[in-house]
Write a protein that binds this ligand. Sequence first.
Ligand code: ADP
Ligand code: MG
Length: 500
Amino acid sequence: MTESTYRIHGDTGEWEVVIGLEVHAQVTTQAKLFSGAPTAFGAEPNTQVSLVDAAMPGMLPVPNRECIRQAVRTGMALGAVINKWSRFDRKNYFYADLPQGYQISQLYHPLVGEGAIDVQLDEKDPESPTKTIGIERIHVEQDAGKLMHDQHPTRSYVDLNRSGVALMEIVSRPDMRSPQEAGAYLSKLRSILRYVGSCDGNMDQGSMRADVNVSVRKPGGELGTRTETKNVNSVRFVMQAIESEAQRQVEVIESGGRIVQETRLFDPDKGETRSMRSKEDAHDYRYFPDPDLLPLELDDAFLDECKASLPELPDAKRRRYEGDLGLTAYNAAVLTADADTARWFEALLAESARVQKKGEPEVARAAANWLISDLFGALNRLGKSIDTSPVSPEEGAELLALIADGTISNTIGKQVFEIMLETGDTPGKIVEEKGLKQTSDTGAIEKVIADIMAANEDKVVEYRGGKDKLFGFFVGQTMKAMQGKANPQVVNELLKKALG
Ligand code: ADP
Ligand code: MG
């Protein structure tokens, strides 16, 4: 474990930043936490609202088993304690988008207890420092609706589609010490949630958002008073919010002021936080056990099923890619950072091994290199992501097989890939129709070599006089004349013979 040494330089010396994140993650389910109403993003306002979500008198909440199951699976993926007995509490406050007048949450007995996440400061750099960030708890609660304010300042509207959607609140310990650590933690958490499939992690759609707790102190001193910046909706904004908030706190303290515990908002345009309201104490919410709901009691069969349904998680996958498949640490990190990429790579790998009749470790390196340089390059250029890739893993495997068995060269492989992207044709068809097959026909290659030597007699003399570097020139000329289709190994051998 390497400690990060992020410091803020103030007039009175160096300051350390302390960060804890509370992440709200919407549970990916068909139905809401306590009602059967659907949860799809982007529906017309107020079309996904049951009588329970609208808090009509006399309606009773019924816990949705799938929401609980997803929160338990998430806890397990974070190595956390799962509490077989937990309970829902009412958190009382008034808000126009909260028709019940209270939120059903879990304060005293959360579903999930302590866990941890291992993060790498720079995910793509396997040499960068690693750190374990503690998770305090995960509790399950209802999301609120959404207010929309008309251009006209006199009107506000409420959309209750989000009202009652299940949220997991994932609370970290105050273990982070720099914006980079917080960014790495959030990215890793999102990656794990996506692997587990319990939250889509789409921060731009609000299905994952972070409350950012920040305080400053002299290195190693007592914890300072924190502020909490609410609902920050991108990794970059979280990092910016920490940086500017820590700076602000140092300036306040150094100019003789005092930090008050308060809720703040992040303004993405200015890149800074501003005060929203002073923080009420928890008891102001008058939490009490929700009388409409029985405690949750989980049995072993349920927990066993949750455990058995977990996929291989990013850290384990990364170790396996390095250890069993022999990939470089960098390639293993890149391919496992996100679940869609890993899934695509594994499909490519399985299909490559099948068509080439080899073991996965034998085809893994070529597959990894091609995916990371050629496919990612193309996707970037086209503005697409791996799950909207115009080329399928099967087509990728077919291309790799043509290169592996010498039907086409690496260079021609890149051309074929470009044509695949343009036309959607399969690599086999393209190679056939465009006559791109690599030739080992010694007669044809020898003839080309003879022509080139005749046209470059001076260079032949120089080469024979000891200018070895010219060999590359002859290779290049031969490949060019053969339109890249000559087998490079055969060209080398024949040239050596002819020039020697
Ligand atoms: P609340 O529920 O009132 O927001 P918690 O004690 O549950 O308060 O803490 C919420 C978050 O604040 C946690 O993520 C925790 O790690 C973080 N936190 C607590 N103390 C500090 C501090 N002094 N500086 C920064 N973060 C803190
Ligand atoms: Mg809080």
